[in-house]
Design a protein around this ligand. Sequence first.
Ligand code: GLV
Length: 310
Amino acid sequence: MTTVLIAVDHPKSGQQWVKIFQELQPDWNVLEWTSGLDIKADIAIVWRPSAQLFIEQPQLKAVFNMGAGVDAIDFSVIPESIPVYRVEDGGMAVQMAEYAIYGVLQATQRLAPYVALQKQNTWQVLRPVLREQWPIGIMGYGQIGQKVAQSLTGLGYPVAAWVRSPRQSTDEVPLYAGPEQLDAFLQASRILINVLPLTTETRGILNKTNLLKLQPHSYLINMARGPHVVDEDLIAVLDEGHLTGALLDVFHEEPLDVNHPFWQHPQVLVTPHISGVSLRWPTAQHIAKKATAFLAGTTITGLVQRQRLY
Ligand code: GLV
């Protein structure tokens, strides 16, 4: 019988995941991992797991991360022979596309001013939004970035994306690649949407120097990880007026400290890391299907490449 360990950072949700996987895979022996557990498991399904799990279970055949980002996994304690897979969508991409659209509506002020006008019982038609004035740049072009791009091109916005290394575009979205094309990408963008993985190369990438390269009166939507942003730089660029606003879903520390200036900043919208929540059933089904295929010897997608961390 296949033995599966669930290791998540929240004990209550650990038990819920155990139940879901037991129901989905009655042929698996599913247990919640605790340190010192006297059992040798085949696979681990994890979210922000303790490094101790990998130290105690070096015989694992594979690890499945419940989210798209693997930045909370300490790869230094996982033997090279154990493949780590991440969720590539799990119902998240469509939610993130929707969140991006909400951010775009904030940026273009398509609806917000009408809320103020309604409060004054005032019927007044404002100038329409001209999409060509709002070129959108997406940083990161995996499954999530592509879904976001599809949704926004579908609404008629000019959309480009920035990727790590050069590759052929497979849709109408032009791709900029690598550090050499970052400036050109930023200069061409007025709404910047970040869905990058957090790596040593991308940490702090949303700093003052880079944010100032965006078109004047631009807008930032961050759905990836807090440490992509240098917080004081973002606040400075907002205060100087180069950026008109930011919709932020992720932060250096979560929950965001009650005294953090983002909370009360008039141009910042804060949400509590909800732009793409892993829906339990779709995520579990996605992982169960992959793990079953993996155990049967089939090659599956979503393998994390350690040297790039996604
Ligand atoms: C959520 O932030 C994820 O990485 O899945």
